[in-house]
Design a protein around this ligand. Structure first.
Ligand code: GAP
Length: 452
């Protein structure tokens, strides 16, 4: 079971739903799991992929000044030496001598163990967070390599190759989505602090004198994205770092935080990293990482604005933000025309772009399965589409509500006569009859209204 920094019944309910409906499981659960590692089941894979796509669309595709990279997970150890990770990427850890639990020193208040209350804590000691492996046949020191602890460093090492091949001119950005690994001392808060996770990072290269402007731009641009994918504004906050909080490479930083049921937590950071990284790699590799401006004939090392988001943390925030338990049908449409669905229902009000399935096709009874399957076969070519014929129609609606499917199409006994099916809206519970021949257009129009 996941551990939380603060007990929360709501969080327990969300964890239970994600397991029951197949979004997230402990990795290798039949062997009791491995702390800090998670597997994503069928709707989880779709939801993650939809978040990633929505990020890529907004960060890369619709802009024209950001290009992509997919780099190796294991990188030359020199990269981590130059970036400072080998020397500094460590946390302080403390052990409780009584209950043997281990904690990050900066999360403790006072000298008592948060788990058992004993005042028997060890002195803090450094613990390196990078995961090691060996490249090649022999397990010797010279063959040691590291799994990347962040996805941004290869962006800096590949800067010149990408700039040249993409014929990119400063200002421009490079984006990457991929796995990162950190040997966290105390993984907890479900998937929010794991040992294997996915980052979505973008490094934007600009002139030093324009860096403040671009920093402000990316803060606004990222805020816009959170609005476009449906986050509730009251659950988000942007927190600027005080000068004494800044990382050694940063001139300015903002954390984007989400109000999880276990408390506020950062899920994205925006940094002005100056020219620190390019200079470090330039010095260590002996290769120039400068930009030559054809217009002004100047040569300089660009400064960098970074947006660094965690896909797993964003996914968890999306699930928390969308989780509702309705006491009764809601919305004016439900009162006016919708069929009353009296009982309490659990619903994930996922943004339609993010929802794992956009629509589910449900025959009212099994004997109507064949024509319903035909509708499903047609719709699935155009959108993620589920099909379900088992259990009462009420139960099937509940199942779809719990995985956040925005629309259900029910094929009933009138359908063969009037060539229509009922489309039921997850949020308003309004049901309307739509011509079967028009269903695809009807749903695609709805989805297009949400495009980024
Ligand atoms: N390149 C900058 C960088 O890596 P970071 O604040 O260490 O900055 C960025 O990480 C984001 O990556 C975080 O905001 C978070 O969403 C995600 N992240 C970091 N450590 C994580 C972990 N152990 N588990 C899950 N996500 C993590």
């Amino acid at each position: 079971m996941a551990e939380f920094s603060q007990p929360s019944e709501l969080m327990d309910e969300i964890v239970s739903l994600t397991k029951r409906r197949g979004f997230i499981f402990p990795s290798a659960e039949i062997y009791s799991g491995l702390s800090g590692f998670w597997d994503y089941g069928p709707p989880g894979v779709e939801l993650r992929e939809n978040i990633r796509k929505a990020w890529w669309q907004h960060t890369v595709r619709v802009r024209g000044d950001v290009v992509g990279l997919d780099s190796a997970i294991i990188t030359h150890p020199g990269v981590w030496e130059a970036s400072g990770h080998l020397a500094h990427f460590a946390d302080e850890m403390v052990d409780c001598k009584k209950c043997k639990k281990r904690f990050k020193a900066d999360e403790l208040t006072g000298n008592k163990c948060p788990a058992c209350g004993a005042a028997e804590l060890t002195e803090p000691r450094k613990f390196h967070l990078m995961m090691k492996t060996f490249v090649g046949a022999a397990e010797k020191e010279t063959n040691v390599a590291y799994l990347r602890p962040e996805t941004c460093q290869p962006i800096f090492t590949d800067f010149d190759l990408i700039r040249g091949s993409a014929r990119a001119r400063v200002p421009f950005g490079i984006a990457q989505v991929g796995k990162a690994f950190r040997n966290e001392i105390n993984p907890r808060n479900f998937t929010a602090r794991s040992r294997e996770f996915t980052q979505m990072e973008m490094e934007f290269f600009c002139r030093a004198e324009k860096a403040d402007e671009w920093f402000a731009h990316w803060k606004d641009y990222r805020r816009e994205w959170y609005g476009k994918v449906g986050f509730r504004a009251e659950n988000l906050r942007f927190r600027d770092h005080e000068k004494d909080e800044l990382a050694h490479y940063a001139k300015a930083a903002t954390d984007i935080e989400y109000r999880f049921p276990f408390g506020w937590m950062e899920f994205e950071g925006i940094h002005n990293r100056t020219d620190f990284d390019l200079r470090q790699h330039q010095e260590a590799s002996g290769k120039r990482l400068e930009y030559f401006d054809e217009e002004t004939k100047e040569r300089f090392v660009p400064h960098v604005i970074e947006t660094s988001a965690g896909l797993d943390r964003i996914m968890l925030a999306v699930l928390c933000d969308a989780y509702f338990v309705d006491e009764a049908p809601t919305g004016p449409e439900a009162r006016e025309g919708g069929r009353a669905e009296e009982e309490k229902r659990t619903v994930l009000r996922l943004h339609p772009l993010l929802a794992p399935a956009k629509v589910a096709v449900l025959p009212l009874r099994r004997k109507l399965a064949e024509p319903a399957r035909k509708i499903h076969a047609e719709l699935r070519r155009f959108m993620a589409c589920d099909y379900d014929e088992t259990g009462s129609i009420g139960k099937r609606y509940r199942r779809q509500d719990e995985v956040g499917t925005p629309w259900c199409v029910t094929y009933d006994f009138e359908s063969p006569e009037d060539k229509k099916a009922t489309v039921r809206d997850r949020d308003t519970l309004v049901q309307e009859r739509v011509e079967i021949a028009q269903l695809r257009r009807f749903l695609q129009d709805k989805l297009e209204a949400y495009l980024i």
